[in-house]
Write a protein that binds this ligand. Structure first.
Ligand code: NQM
Length: 351
């Protein structure tokens, strides 16, 4: 499996992220052996990931593991793994909606799902959370090509409450926030309450040590209250700073994932923000400008915007519940081939 012939691997851009896509059968089944192999594939731990195919940023150090699904309502199972750049850590604690966009084309290319005439839909079980998604995209002609594929990603109505703490506002580390989970546990925070505008570049925000310390304190307290336990070493919850829109959208965002600042916004991150904007009494109330009709919201972020369709209803207990969430992403195959992991053991030796 990991001999001189290397490992079968497809590198894809999914939305604003990039990841290595594998069939589960091409990786060790045992999680510790699989994770050790993936660290060596990506070149971690190393801030530059120089000896692997990772791109030296959390958004480009991602892995999808895909297998046929045993569930009657899913075609494939998708396990997302976040490979830490500078630490020897691989986490299955979160989903990734950007990498999700490439799963359908990958499943067709690997012959797991038959290509339909015109358009193909693939029903996906997201193994990390058990949630479902359906992706629909134009059926590829022949083998994978480098053309971007427009993928409609749809999430079914949510079953769980959107407010993991049970409240539309909480106060952590002296700051009023809204904790929301529409696929990605996220803490919404008015940028102004953190003494920033919310329009800064990610680099400027990342360099702000006072902000980092405050966000850290909010995140640890919020994680406990959201039922996530001690989140010191996990990638969730994310933190999204909110400011009034500047380019005709509903809101401007800066999202910490959780230490680095996202250069855009995640798909499920945007789904959670969109739901948060629609929740009565959330901290977005005085910041966001919601469209007067329709489900579509434009979430502004550091490098542009994400349009997302989101509608809410209420559960029997009166708590808000997601009715429908949909977004369009593009996915593109960058290479399809074999990757040669750095040999174990990980240290020593000339380069
Ligand atoms: O929220 C980055 C990304 C993501 C996650 C992160 C994502 C999502 O942009 O669905 O896609 O929040 O770590 O890839």
């Amino acid at each position: 499996m990991t001999g001189p012939e290397g490992l079968r691997c497809m590198l894809m851009r999914g939305g604003t992220s990039k990841g290595a896509y594998f069939l589960a059968d091409d990786l060790p089944a045992e999680p510790a052996a699989r994770d050790d192999l993936l660290l060596r594939v990506m070149g971690s731990p190393d801030p530059r990931q120089i000896d692997g195919i990772g791109g030296a940023h959390p958004l480009t150090s991602k892995v999808a593991v895909v297998s046929p699904s045993a569930e009657p309502d899913a075609d494939v199972d998708y396990l997302f793994l976040q490979v830490s750049v500078d630490e020897p850590l691989v986490s299955d604690r979160q989903n990734c909606g950007n990498i999700l966009a490439g799963i359908g084309p990958f499943a067709v290319e690997r012959g797991m799902v038959p290509a339909e005439d015109g358009e193909t839909s693939v029903r996906i079980r997201m193994v990390n959370s058990g949630d479902r998604a359906t992706v629909t995209f134009p059926t590829p002609e022949g083998r994978a090509s480098g053309a971007p594929v427009a993928v409609v990603v749809e999430f079914p109505p949510g079953e769980g409450a959107l407010l993991p703490t049970g409240h539309s506002r909480d106060t952590f580390a002296g700051t009023e926030v809204t904790c929301v989970d529409n696929g990605m546990p996220t803490v919404l925070i008015p940028a102004e309450s953190l003494k920033v505008t919310g329009y800064e570049d990610p680099e400027e925000l990342e360099a702000n040590a006072e902000l980092a310390a405050h966000l850290h304190d909010i995140r640890l307290a919020a994680g406990e209250s959201m039922g996530l336990g001690d989140v010191t070493d996990t990638t969730v919850p994310k933190l999204t700073l909110l400011a009034p829109p500047r380019d005709g959208g509903a809101v401007t965002t800066r999202t910490f994932i959780p230490a680095r600042c996202h250069t855009a916004i995640g798909v499920l991150g945007a789904a959670s923000v969109a739901a948060g904007l629609r929740i009565d009494g959330s901290v977005a109330d005085d910041i966001a400008q919601l469209p007067t009709h329709g489900d579509r919201l434009r979430i502004e972020h550091p490098t542009g915007f994400t349009d997302i369709e989101s509608s809410l209803t209420h559960g029997p207990d009166g708590q808000p519940v997601a009715e429908r969430t949909a977004v369009v992403r593009t996915a593109r195959t960058l290479f399809d081939g074999r990757v040669f992991p750095r040999p174990a053991p990980t240290s020593g030796g000339p380069r």
